[in-house]
Ligand binder design. Structure first.
Ligand code: GLY
Length: 388
């Protein structure tokens, strides 16, 4: 375990400068990415335009909304609203919606739009997305099925990433007054937290159930190195996911789970405080880092620290800031000639002998790393109201 007490935190000027660089990147990219979205991750550090068909489209819209909040410039609002219309079209026509990714997609685009501007189409789209998400709830195992056709035997499982889809359900209950969405969210996280964490507080990526009885069966990786390793982004989804469910429910069990998942994450960080793509790897390895895991965990620690006693809160804020300093100094894009993203050195998927992946966007920017990096910065520069 590295001795984090010796590390530096970014000062206010460094944070402000990083935020300004991030907004400049969004501004530069508006021309090519208003009627199109950024594809999941870069090739040689540059994104190509993509239609609104991936689980990642909302991360770019979320960055545009943050640029709007920071600058107040209407050009960002207009661009984000064009994207909101695309999200309404997508859910009304069920384009690539046979999955659980509704929160990633609709919180950062449409819930954000509704919270910031009262956009009615955005509210409608987000509620339709929440309806789609709860249609994947499996009563026998009390979980939301992540992938594949609902009820498919070979995909009868939850995945840790889904914790980030739950805020859409809590929000929908709040705006509709119908508590069925929040009930499903609570059932899902309770089931997840029962099965997903191992004794050492590392996590499985996915967990299968027996169809019909709902009996928990076994954990299996998809994007991690192996079934018994901890995929670093999965662990980070656990950090932020427990914080967000606590924010909505105030269930103290989620704080206890947050400590366990987050402390595993912190205790296994390498020297520059940015994890390799799987916690199996540490200093000395040639394997790539996943900067997106670091910045997701930073956002989770900053969020949960709002609800902890002073000592714990200071502890997690201190570590979050030190990780962020490493990202600002060594991973952030400061020149649009190098990249049209925000955060270098992420991994979408890395092939291993024990997972079914092919290499995808390895040692590249990815849209979620960019989004969470900007979210971490906006949290530190104002009293930011979450889009989640
Ligand atoms: N939610 C998919 C991923 O983190 O790659």
């Amino acid at each position: 375990m590295v001795d984090i007490s010796k590390y530096k935190k970014p000062n206010d000027v460094e944070i402000e400068q990083a935020m300004n660089n991030a907004v400049t990147q969004v501004e530069t990219d508006l021309e090519n990415f208003t009627h199109k979205f950024k594809i999941n991750g870069t090739t040689d550090n540059f994104y190509e335009p993509n239609d609104n068909i991936s689980w990642t489209s909302g991360f770019w819209t979320g960055q545009i909304w943050m640029a709007y909040e920071i600058t107040g410039d209407e050009k960002y609002r207009k661009a984000a609203e064009i994207q909101v219309d695309s999200f309404l079209h997508r859910i009304e026509n069920k384009i690539e919606t046979n999955n659980h990714d509704m929160g990633f997609l609709y919180s950062l685009s449409c819930v954000a739009a509704y919270k910031l501007t009262g956009n009615k189409n955005a509210k409608k789209a987000a509620i339709l997305a929440a309806d789609n998400l709860i249609s994947r709830y499996r009563e026998d195992g009390k979980f939301i099925q992540a992938w594949g056709n609902v009820g498919a035997d070979d995909n009868y499982r939850l995945i840790i990433d889904c914790l980030l889809n739950l805020p859409l359900l809590y929000w929908t209950s709040d705006v509709t007054g119908d508590d069925k969405y929040a009930k499903i969210a609570k059932q899902h996280i309770d089931t997840s937290l029962k099965v997903i964490m191992r004794d050492d507080c590392s996590t499985y990526h996915t967990f299968y159930f027996e169809q019909g009885t709902g009996k928990p069966l076994y954990g299996e990786t998809r994007q991690g190195y192996s079934n018994d390793s901890s995929w670093s982004r999965g662990q980070a989804w656990g950090v932020y996911g427990t914080a967000l469910s606590y924010m909505y429910t105030k269930n103290p069990e989620y704080i206890e789970k947050f400590y366990k998942i987050t402390d595993f994450f912190i205790d296994n960080l390498p020297k520059d405080l940015v994890p390799y793509w799987d916690f199996k790897f540490t200093d000395g390895s040639d394997e790539p880092k996943d900067s997106s895991a670091a910045t997701i965990a930073v956002c989770g620690m900053l969020e949960m620290s709002k609800y902890l006693d002073e000592e714990k809160s200071d502890y997690y804020i201190d570590i979050a800031l030190k990780i962020l300093k490493s990202l600002i100094d060594n991973y952030a894009v400061s020149d649009s000639k190098i990249s049209n993203g925000q955060l270098l050195h992420g991994v979408y998927a890395r092939k291993s002998p024990y997972n079914p992946c092919r290499n995808r966007n390895v040692d590249e920017c990815n849209t979620w790393g960019d989004y969470y990096y900007m979210e971490a910065l906006i949290r530190l520069t104002r009293d930011w109201k979450l889009y989640w």
